[in-house]
Design a protein around this ligand. Structure first.
Ligand code: 5GP
Ligand code: ZN
Length: 114
């Protein structure tokens, strides 16, 4: 999708702080962190939201959890983190490209002020 922020980030047209990358996903730091660890797991394929996903995306929807697990390991928070997917404006979704938030609170690490 030409005018999608997360398509531009996943294809490296726009910079981000990358935590990990595999064939299907880019994991990068959220620009406005809501916890001491806050990253986004974003598929390289443009799907607008969970409401727009179908049977063709079943494998990708499974892989997003496994990629989140790998990211948690990389970030040193395995065993203690939250995964969140917002759907639609009323569900808090701002960016219309499906993504999963990974949040964790590391002891002694403050959330940076915006
Ligand atoms: P949503 O509300 O759609 O579930 O989550 C979108 C997230 O993307 C928000 O937490 C927001 O802070 C983050 N975000 C918005 N624009 C950018 C950006 O340009 N770069 C990065 N790294 N994160 C962004
Ligand atoms: Zn997109």
């Amino acid at each position: 999708m030409t005018n999608c922020l997360f398509c531009k980030i996943t294809n490296k047209e726009i910079e981000s702080e990358v935590i990990l990358e595999n064939d299907d996903f880019l994991v990068f730091k959220d620009i406005h962190p809501k916890a001491s660890v806050h990253v986004l797991i974003v598929p390289k394929k443009h799907i607008e939201s969970v409401d727009h996903a179908g049977k063709d995306e079943v494998a990708l929807l499974g892989e997003i959890f496994l990629t989140a697990k790998e990211a948690a390991k990389e970030l040193g928070v395995s065993g203690g983190y939250r995964l969140q997917v917002n759907v639609g404006r009323d569900g808090g979704q701002e960016i219309d490209h499906i993504h999963m938030h990974l949040l964790a609170d590391k002891k002694g690490e403050e959330v940076p002020l915006k």
